[in-house]
Design a protein around this ligand. Structure first.
Ligand SMILES: [Cu+2]
Length: 167
């Protein structure tokens, strides 16, 4: 009986450890919460996506890149003040330490889409792949909010995901 219980636990743990069997947004300890973007205005050729990166693993990981078919180039950016002017600059990577959520948000870190093939329209759910040093490629579906949105929309459907994984 005891061995039987252990095997049940083992199967359960295997499901937890295998991202394809468990929650689609959880990959080797990295969880991407509330990915979102603002709709782009008119002819804008650039857009940005924001999200919170949570590391449920034991070791620090790093976001080292982003891939997307939505734009010619997809980069990791931050904002910084230079001579009193807010500027964007590409960064090599973003450290994601266990227990410390890393927030990408307007005015700070963001995923930048340069040379957009089509504008971001409110209500769209678009694919993006984040590349982590340890966790590897993590597919994300981000939701496009209104042009003036300053934070991810709070869902009232009591669903943590907010939407299904598109990939
Ligand atoms: Cu940028």
């Amino acid at each position: 009986m005891r061995a039987f219980l252990y095997s049940i636990v083992a199967v359960f743990l295997a499901v937890l450890a295998n991202p394809s069997m468990a929650d689609g947004m959880k990959h080797d300890g990295i969880m991407v919460e509330q990915p979102w973007a603002r709709a782009t205005a008119g002819p804008a050729k650039a857009g940005a996506a924001y999200m919170t990166l949570v590391n449920h693993g034991e070791a620090t990981d790093r976001l080292v890149g982003a891939k997307s078919d939505l734009s010619a180039r997809t980069e990791i950016h931050t904002h910084l003040m230079e001579n009193g002017v807010m500027k964007m600059r590409q960064v090599e990577g973003i450290e994601v330490a266990p227990g410390t959520p890393t927030v990408l948000q307007p005015g700070g870190l963001h995923i930048m889409f340069m040379g957009l093939k089509a504008p971001f329209k409110e209500g769209q759910e678009l694919p993006l792949t984040l590349v982590f040093e340890n966790a590897g490629e993590v597919p994300v579906t981000f939701k496009v909010q209104g042009v003036g949105a300053s934070q991810p929309m709070q869902n009232h459907d009591h669903s943590k995901q907010g939407h299904s994984q598109g990939s």
